[in-house]
Write a protein that binds this ligand. Structure first.
Ligand code: FES
Length: 258
């Protein structure tokens, strides 16, 4: 058992009053889920299986509900990560403004790829979906703090500050040494840091699927059995369906102009 696991019961008791104060702010207990998960992540540096179990009990939810909520957001890390987590947006506005180049520069300058951590455990790198700062594309986050209008000069300055220990955002807690990749195992049980059955087959630890996920799987395919014609890569379906919509609109316009 790791030292972190051994220390978890004491951490839980230490954080319990803070968690109870958060729960008291809401009409329904489950509304406290996200802020409480942030508290555990702040102290452990990631959302551990022990934290998922403890918070589920505290909020009277199943571990699967907690896990599925946490895995939806790129704000939570399901496995130990570096002291600095660099996330770069690969959404539409950022892509139009050069996100591909920004991502390439980060990968080359950090020396790791998507969902990887440097050997010294200093920096983890991830490419994420729209961060809701499209007006400042290309953008990203470092330890969940925004960085805007990214270009090579800014990337160099940012990485130099991280390496020198002078970066503006505080380092993440690191209670366990991160592995090279922090993608979540498909096969392991949730209790052992794996994904719940509904999220298996999706590559990113934080992505529930969809157009941005390279596996091209959407959760609906896994939940509702719509038959073989609905299965397949999401982007193919998006292309097919948008073409259907265009045809429909053209038909309606033609009809209206008659
Ligand atoms: S597309 Fe990058 S922030 Fe929206």
């Amino acid at each position: 058992m790791t030292r972190r696991r051994q220390a978890f019961p004491a951490l839980l008791e230490r954080l319990r009053p803070e968690c109870e104060a958060i729960v008291a702010r809401y009409e329904q207990k489950h509304s406290a889920l996200l802020p409480i998960m942030h508290v555990f992540q702040q102290h452990e540096g990631f959302v551990s299986p022990e934290a998922i179990g403890a918070v589920a009990k505290m909020l009277e939810l199943t571990p699967a509900v907690v896990e599925s909520t946490v895995s939806f957001y790129t704000l939570f890390f399901r496995k130990p990560v570096g002291k600095y987590v660099v996330q770069v947006c690969r959404g539409l506005a950022c892509t139009i403004n050069g996100a591909e180049d920004v991502m390439r520069m980060f990968r080359e300058k950090i020396g790791v790829g998507h969902l990887e951590t440097t050997a010294d455990g200093l920096i983890s790198y991830e490419e994420v979906e729209c961060l809701a700062a499209c007006d400042r594309a290309t953008c990203g986050q470092v330890n969940l703090e925004y960085v805007y209008d990214l270009d090579e000069k800014q990337i160099d300055a940012l990485l130099a500050a991280i390496r020198a220990g002078t970066y503006a955002a505080a380092p993440m807690a690191q209670t366990e040494k991160p592995e090279r990749t922090w993608s979540v195992s498909q096969g392991a049980s949730v209790a052992n840091g794996g994904k719940s059955p509904g999220a298996r087959g999706v590559q990113s630890p934080d992505n529930a699927g969809g157009i941005g996920d390279r596996s091209g799987v959407i959760m609906l395919d896994r939940i509702v059995d719509l038959g073989p014609s609905f299965y397949g890569a999401t982007h193919e379906r998006a292309v097919r369906e948008s073409r259907d919509v265009v045809e429909l609109v053209e038909e309606e316009n033609a009809h209206a102009n008659r």
